[in-house]
Write a protein that binds this ligand. Structure first.
Ligand SMILES: Nc1ncnc2c1ncn2[C@@H]1O[C@H](COP(=O)(O)OP(=O)(O)OP(=O)(O)O)[C@@H](O)[C@H]1O
Ligand SMILES: [Mg+2]
Length: 399
């Protein structure tokens, strides 16, 4: 289990001592506690590169400067947990702190019970992610309109068709989800309902609440129609959901929003492969580089992120080679630019394969699904063959 560093910024020595005492019950989660009197004492580069960090900051003085600091560290490492505190505070203080991205604010003098509740939530995040045979694949980009949803939908459907395993497609773009429109689904339930009933969630529940797409093994979960419904989803609930999904599905494909926030990060933490989508232009590649930097800070293995170039055109101004040099990473997959086929699929609410199975776009989605499915698919087939003597090795090789 990775332990946390706790940084306390407070010029009042007694207050620092009280907080240190309150942290005693959490000592199993804590690597070290570092106390500072002022911002200038903190080595910025050192702290943002810490994998697990909790910052407890007094904002009674220099509020603007301290909130700017909070906003900056969270931009550089969104997984840092920040709690602010102040004596003589106003509602404006609380709003400023929240806008900067602090997860909680407590009035001084700090009460042990309240403090433990806040800090306890930060440490719960240190859950161990259990892996089994399920692959969770998340489409992400910090730029909008780049092709996440079109790839998520078509990839999920191809995975279901190729592997015949149960595949879940989940809309976790809590702001502006549109997965159901791409497949013209009128959902019976949505993600808010699933979170509300998480305690009862098991295979039977998932298969009954997700919308089965036509006669495939694809199960789709819509986003919630009202933004407020997903506002209170906690990190712990997200972890629990993934733990349960892994027991039901062989593949879980997640469509996300474009921001690093308190929902996106736990989703990415629970992901086996992040498909980081970009296009070959400079602003998009720069954004892609920023994402890679954030993933490094989050402590993700390099192999976890696969860069997908969407809307690829041969002999474009920027080549794949240029992109690889800029990003210092290999491009994992390229999806051709084919506006006509895709827009006609979107407008009809159909997968690209149903519009034109011979198009370069349909082929690219299918090949991507084949590559991603390979290990697990073959492994499961081999298991089945061993269990069931009716299968022969010829079947395995032919598939
Ligand atoms: N391979 C492609 N070829 C041509 N056009 C494409 C391709 N992929 C995506 N597009 C265009 O980009 C638009 C946005 O795609 P999509 O909705 O999949 O992006 P997104 O990243 O999910 O967007 P958002 O940030 O709004 O969720 C599509 O409507 C389509 O016009
Ligand atoms: Mg989208």
């Amino acid at each position: 289990m990775d332990k946390f560093t706790v940084v306390i910024l407070d010029k009042d020595d007694i207050s620092k001592q009280i907080i240190t005492n309150y942290l005693k019950p959490f000592e199993n989660n804590i690597e070290s506690i570092k106390s500072f009197n002022s911002l200038s004492e903190i080595n910025y580069n050192k702290i943002i590169n810490l994998k697990r960090l909790v910052v407890i900051m007094d904002i009674s003085e220099d509020i603007q400067q301290r909130c700017d600091f909070v906003a900056r560290i969270l931009q550089d490492n969104p997984r840092i947990n920040v709690m602010t505190m102040a004596d003589d505070y106003s509602i404006d203080t609380v709003i400023k702190s929240m806008r900067a991205g602090a997860k909680d604010f407590l009035p001084k003098p700090i009460k042990e019970q309240e403090f433990s509740a806040v800090i306890g939530k930060f440490f719960e995040y240190n859950n161990v992610i259990k892996h089994n045979n399920c692959k969770v694949i998340t489409l992400f980009s910090n730029k909008g309109g780049i092709g996440k949803t079109s790839i998520a939908v078509n990839l999920a459907l191809e995975l279901a068709n190729i592997t015949k395993e149960k595949v879940a497609l989940i809309d976790m773009n809590f702001q502006l989800g549109d997965v159901i429109n791409f497949l013209d689904i009128k959902p019976s339930f949505n993600i808010a309902y699933v979170f509300d009933n998480l305690n009862n969630a098991n295979e039977e529940f998932f298969l009954a609440t997700f919308d089965k797409y036509k006669n495939t093994n694809l199960y789709v979960l819509a986003d919630s129609p009202y933004l407020e419904q997903s506002k209170n989803i906690t990190t712990n609930q997200i972890f629990t959901l993934f733990e349960k999904l892994r027991k039901t599905f062989s593949y879980v494909i997640i469509d996300t929003s474009n921001i690093f926030d308190d929902k996106t990060i736990p989703i990415l933490d629970n992901t086996d492969f992040i498909m980081l989508v970009s296009v070959l232009n400079l602003p998009a590649l720069r954004n892609c580089q920023r994402c890679l930097d954030v993933f490094d800070r989050l402590g993700y293995d390099k192999d976890k992120t696969k860069i997908v170039v969407n809307r690829y055109i041969e002999n474009d101004d920027i080549s794949i080679d240029d992109a690889e040099k800029t990003l210092n990473r290999k491009i994992y997959w390229k999806i051709p630019n084919n506006y006509f086929t895709l827009i006609s699929a979107i407008n009809k609410g159909l997968p690209v394969y149903d519009i034109n199975p011979h198009s370069n776009l349909a082929k690219s989605y299918r090949e991507l699904a084949t590559v991603l499915s390979d290990n697990l698919y073959k492994q499961k087939l081999a298991d089945r063959i061993i269990r069931n003597k009716k299968f022969s090795f010829k079947n395995l090789i032919l598939s």
